[in-house]
Design a protein around this ligand. Sequence first.
Ligand code: NAP
Length: 484
Amino acid sequence: MTVGEKVAMMTRTNFPLGSAERPLRVAIVGSGPSGFYAADALFKHKGVHLRIDMFERMAMPYGLVRYGVAPDHQSIKRVIRSYERTARDPRFRLFGNVQVGRDLSVPQLRQHFDQVVYAFGCSSDRRLGIPGEDLPGSHTATAFVAWYNGHPDHRNDRFDLSGRRVAVVGVGNVAMDVTRILVKDPEELASTDIADYALDTLRKSRVKEVLVLGRRGPVQAKFTPKEIQEIGSLPDVDVMVRPHDLDLDEYSLSEMRRKKPARRNVQYLMERARLGSQGGSRRVLLQFLASPVEILATGGRVGAIRVERNRLLADEQGRIRSVGTGVTELVPVDLVFRSVGYRGVPLPGIPFDDRRGVIPSARGRVLDRRGGSNGTGEYVVGWIKRGPTGLIGTNKGDSAETVRSMMEDIRGREAQPVSEAADEAVSRLLLDRGIRPILFSDWNIIDREEQERGRRRGKLREKITDPAEVTSLLDGQRLRAPVG
Ligand code: NAP
């Protein structure tokens, strides 16, 4: 830079936002796929100088890839490699163990960053709203998933698998994951990253039958063909369907003609119905047009489920709904997993659409209560933007859309330069509150340790599930690190 340019720079107060002199400062709240795809899309914007700080409530990154994807679906978890590349970018910092809304407030984020991206997904569950839903032995499928995946908040959950029959309510891919884990030979899971306590419980399981209940018909089932076929291909497991559940009405026939995955599902289920029982020691019985209307207790815990037969009806928008026929059946079951979808949780200070369980937005920009842009530089990506649907890859395009809006919004904007100290402001705030963030370099230590523990047990990884153990591991490493 020439002396003249330096003088000009010192006398100028504002610089274009995203310039070398005034990089754009972005906070991303949540370290799951949508957050990482947003970071990646931001870094790919050539000519925009930026810094990204990512905040994650959990000590470890990657959200549902770590705590949601089933342990026997390791190929899906490979996406982590691309997130690692993003995290190694010198413009990126990870602050794990930091909960926005508790450790850092929304106004503090607005103060320290030009743009904030909410990527915290849907951490709660939809309710069935039926009597007996909260009986001991009636669990959310998502709690079971988090438990076998070593989620620290669920490591002390208990699932009693001593009964023979389990009901799974819902026919989405989470229901398929739960069903598969219940009927699969646990030895097939032993070399994965499943939590050790979950493997022990599954090894002692006496579950022989999983009854999967879909409130609509087989054409409307949300599971993907791959997931149902994977269960059907498990050795010693029968997948069974009642032939009359496959008698399709006119709505279903017309929907099936339009949707290839539905066609493949129905074809597959017809094959299974033809095959019937193959003498497997465990079986999955799929029942369609069947809604639970009550969960009943025996001896203070789940003993049976009352199931109502449904029929289908198209509403004014052409959406096919189920309606009860009044005909019910009582089915003895020992355990119930409710797998009827995730639900977003509001963040104080941010608008929330309670009906849909999402932050209201337009092309990724957060909207205010009246549906206008809230103008605070806040954005959404992933499930908290569009609801809990889609596969991991769906988030790529979704995050890219939001990033396009973010880039449009900085065009032509200028801002005061910020000092180097501003970069440290958030770390200082956390330090003052006694919060110890887990940085990406800390995660690398934990990652290596988990893999090493796994190697010793003949597994891919043994996840550390106790937060206190994370702290002591990192303390030990810091003490061992050479001084100077
Ligand atoms: P989902 O796909 O939305 O499925 C929810 C299921 O619950 C549907 O069958 C739904 O039926 C049913 N349901 C909702 N309310 C109900 C009620 N009151 N009574 C009875 N049934 C009810 O949700 P999900 O299974 O939680 O999955 C979430 C997302 O993650 C999906 O996009 C899924 O594909 C993805 N995922 C993918 C994988 C994978 O690729 N392996 C694994 C897990 C999850 P209706 O259709 O009638 O509403």
